[in-house]
Ligand binder design. Sequence first.
Ligand code: UDP
Ligand code: MG
Length: 310
Amino acid sequence: MSKLCSCIVPCFNEEEVIPLYYEEMQKVRKQEEGKIDFEIIFIDDGSKDKTLEVIKKLSEQDECIHYVSFSRNFGKEAAMYAGFEHANGEYVVTMDVDLQDPPHLIPEMIRCIEEEGYDSVATRRVTRKGEPPIRSFFARRFYGLINKISDADIVDGARDFRMMKRDMVNAILSMPEYNRFTKGIFGWVGFKTKWIEFENVERAAGETKWSFWKLFRYALEGIIAFSTVPLTIVSLIGVIVCIIAFLFLLFVVIRATIFGDPVAGWPSLICVISFLSGIQLLGIGVVGMYLSKTYLETKKRPIYIKKESK
Ligand code: UDP
Ligand code: MG
């Protein structure tokens, strides 16, 4: 009996590329016929264009196509979680619909799992060709930083394009956290992972959904979700400033007893006060970011709200 492979495909305003994606997947399905059955689960992440209609039409023609439609845009992370919940396959693949995650790699991924005994096959792009240089620069810095300050192994250039076995999917589903940073979650759950590399491919049609600001927030989310180092840094700064302040106090007291207390030093006072208030605000800000995440987490809101599915 052939095994089932579920493909989870988040879509947000992607009416143009869905047919192209489907065509590419048909080639893969033909290639694997008799060995692997496929189900494709499109997650309509609150699209405002005809995405859902396009998906519905496909699902009428082809019974291997399923979909989940959200009541509004919940983001790609939520879409992937919904996909994991609805996937039935022994193997599960997450991929973008814009063909930047080339479907023709799927047969190779299956081979790595079946013949080489890996639990998961992940992909990374070795180039960032076609991406704005500023974006690449900050992306590189982000990966350098997060790997230093968190236990989750997050690889530079890693895509969310990944095939995993059922055990790993169940492990991911056992992490129902609200602030989801899936790249970190993949690394955190462990399992034996093979990395395959490919050249960056540009989007087949449509536009990217990520602005610089959105990516910046995503990066912050990743750091807060997978590291408490910022809190440690703030505490350290606090300790250092306390030591300096204490030495300064000794100096002031000794100077006052020896030389008396002439009224002067207003500029230095202002400098010290503004410096310290800056540090305090920074510290409160960092603590606040963690607190806000905890706040959202304790509300236990659902990760997504489903409007319809098939
Ligand atoms: N996506 C989504 N919800 C969002 C933003 C994006 O489901 O809020 C999907 C999108 O449809 C695509 C994938 O996530 O399949 C990656 O998005 P995009 O291609 O815009 O990102 P990029 O490849 O530019 O990083
Ligand atoms: Mg893309």
